[in-house]
Design a protein around this ligand. Structure first.
Ligand SMILES: [Zn+2]
Length: 345
């Protein structure tokens, strides 16, 4: 199963909106076939592994990090292919949460094939947390990236934030961008930094969808983000869309974008993981409205002082116990910077 998970990870940048899946077929002590899912419309991991195994699949054990599908999607169901190949046993890490694809395991069991699940389930869940979030909660997994100084300052008072961290941290940030289905920023960051919002520092065959929150549709027509593939803009009022952009109007009662509904709309469009790089105002709104699942924070050993912008615009808390607490997942050093991964406790 560890090998199946490693194979699945080869699809980290490409399988969207599908899950990352790897499959290993063993006979006795030998691996007789393996495969992974590369992209939507392409063969599923089980199909690739079965093809590699050929006749050796008969009587074999199959390890796959997600329950084999049982429905006709863009490809025939894998449960049927495993039954036809007469494998003896299928071990899945996770059951499939997708109601249309689910119950491949039941189909296998009904055909007399041993079906088990739960092996390395926690690791399998981590690898596909975006897919699981979209299918089970109807919203993407939202990862908020912040680069800041040790005193928690993420930009100058004028909003300029390029560059607080060093090259290693920036490259690492692009790797997190590359695995996301969509990148989101706000009009404040577009105005201050004019970002392209693309993956540049790592090799990827796919660029994530670019999304901008721009309540009053103030984006300048010359903004770099409007170059290249079409951009999705969420606004709070209707206005003509800029060149190369699609505008979705989702106002809330305060004349801002209704952020939870924006997440639902992104999930509807197949976004599993949403990577946010925005300024302290949009960051704060996302956190206040319960839209953030994970914080990816890079800390540079420097200070900007109290005149600079913070990480999150949050209302003051009356008592220390009321502060927003996080659970630390990891802490790593990248060049001169620290990387913290944390989730709301
Ligand atoms: Zn399948």
């Amino acid at each position: 199963m560890r090998r199946a998970l490693a194979l699945a990870e080869k699809g980290l940048f490409t399988t969207t909106p599908n899950p990352r899946v790897g499959c290993v077929i063993t006979s006795g002590e030998s691996v007789v076939g393996e495969g992974w899912h590369e992209k939507a419309g392409g063969p599923h991991a089980e199909a690739v592994a079965l093809k590699a195994a050929g006749d050796s699949a008969r009587g074999a054990s199959v390890y796959v990090n997600l329950e084999p599908c049982s429905h006709y999607g863009r490809t025939p169901p894998c449960a049927g292919a495993l039954i036809n190949a007469k494998v003896a046993r299928v071990v899945a890490a996770l059951r499939d949460p997708n109601p249309q694809a689910a119950r491949g395991g039941d189909a296998l069991a009904a055909a007399g094939i041993g079906f088990e699940h739960g092996l390395l389930e926690a690791q399998a869940r981590e690898l596909n947390l975006g897919f699981l979030s979209r299918v089970q909660r109807g919203r993407p997994w939202v990862r908020l990236k912040i680069a800041a100084t040790l005193d928690g300052r993420s930009a100058l008072a004028n909003g300029a934030s390029q560059w607080i961290t060093g090259p290693e941290a920036r490259r690492d940030g692009h790797r997190w961008r590359a695995r996301a289905c969509a990148l989101l920023t706000g009009i404040g960051t577009v105005a201050a930094d004019d970002p392209r919002l693309t993956v540049r520092e790592v090799d990827t065959p796919r660029q994530p969808l670019r999304v901008i929150v721009d309540s009053r549709l103030e984006i300048p027509h010359a903004a770099q983000v409007l170059q290249g593939p079409k951009v999705l803009i969420f606004a709070a009022r209707a206005a003509p869309a800029p060149q190369n952009a699609e505008v979705v109007v989702l106002p809330n009662a305060h004349g801002k974008v209704e952020l939870p509904r924006m997440l639902e709309e992104l999930a509807r469009r197949g976004v599993n993981e949403l990577h946010v790089e925005a300024g302290f105002r949009l960051n704060g709104s996302l956190v206040r409205e319960g839209c953030v699942d994970e914080f990816l924070v890079y800390l540079n050993p420097s200070f900007l002082g109290d005149g600079a912008q913070g990480m999150l615009e949050l209302p003051p808390v009356g008592a220390l116990e009321e502060r927003l607490k996080l659970k630390l997942l990891s802490l790593d050093r990248l060049g001169d910077d620290l990387r913290i991964l944390a989730r709301p406790a």
